[in-house]
Design a protein around this ligand. Sequence first.
Ligand code: SF4
Length: 402
Amino acid sequence: MSSPELVEKARDRVRLARSEGGENAVPGLVLQRLLDPVATNGIELKTIVDKVNAGGRITPEEGLWLLSDAPLLMLGEMARIWQRRHNPEPRVTFVIDTNPNYTNYCDADCLFCAFYRKPGDTEEGYSHSVDELMGLVGRSVDRGATTVLLQGGLHDDLSMDYYLDVIRAFVERYPDVHPHLWSAPEIGKMREVSGLTYNEIFAQLYEAGQRTMPGGGAELLSDRVRARISPKKQSAAEWLDIHRAAHGQGLKTTGTMMYGHAEQPPDIIEHLECLRALQDDTGGFTAFIPWSYKPGNTPMQRQFPEYPGPAVYLRMLALSRVYLDNFAHVQASWFSDGKKAGQAALHFGCDDFGGTLIEENVLYEADHDVSTTPDETIEIIREAGFTPARRRNPLYDVIETY
Ligand code: SF4
């Protein structure tokens, strides 16, 4: 199925669920539902529980009910069942990583972004040469980083050769460190500046030494939402097309989601439905990582001044774990809602604590300063009742348990 067809099919399935009443949350019935075999809107709670126990697939209607109405602890228990099914050992992984940026110049003007500067801004804008970038990478490698997640704005001045030179320099200078590079919007920019197809771009990136790509730029895979928060950015179908091409050329990627702004519950389900369908087709996603929107210093701050708290974060994680039955890993993106919420997330479907983020600039610009240390991460995981294990890269190669 092509990506536009995949998006249309996901939309149809969610539309059907909505017309059957799935989006109408009915507050205040939680205790009653615990006792009632029929949850609401014709959704059978017992059917969902039986499906989860048997490893069955949740429908969009059931997903909407889980998102809007299900008691949180019950949803968490369902997520734990899927967590243990995919990861039977009581182990939680983490990685020592860093997120430097190669440029903050960008022409996409996303309304939720405090990081970028307009092309021509010589006061606050920057664009690093390959050598400068390798210096940044080296500083983090000296502090123990085994994975470097490198992303930047969408900048017309950077040629395809620049991206390829970065990869070649990286693998030559730091052969033991994993380059986790770019994201779908940056691949879109590479296509604009090079005229190559997505397949040709990924073939060149792979040949230069890249093996994985982060799932940034997904935000919400709903064009209704994208039109409100990032009207200049690629469509949901394009994001999916790019990941399909990456998987086809042998790269693994992650799926992500940024929630808590212009979306409605059906948009969340549409997003998960798109990812699940693509994973059925390609099997190329290694993990799913949701996080909440942070309004600080963004153009969207006046429109959406608040962001959802830890209870919503735990619900999103647990729902994702149950819905994305074909994803092996769900990451507790602790940087989104804090370390304590990240710790609780380990009991809501997450088998990975994410990275220590030696350097991070995107959330920092939105007044959300985040970092941790390996020792603190190990303690957080142990305290939650799991065995900490350090992985080298996004492919989940474990190098040490504690
Ligand atoms: S989120 Fe990315 S693509 Fe959007 S404005 Fe910021 S840097 Fe540019």
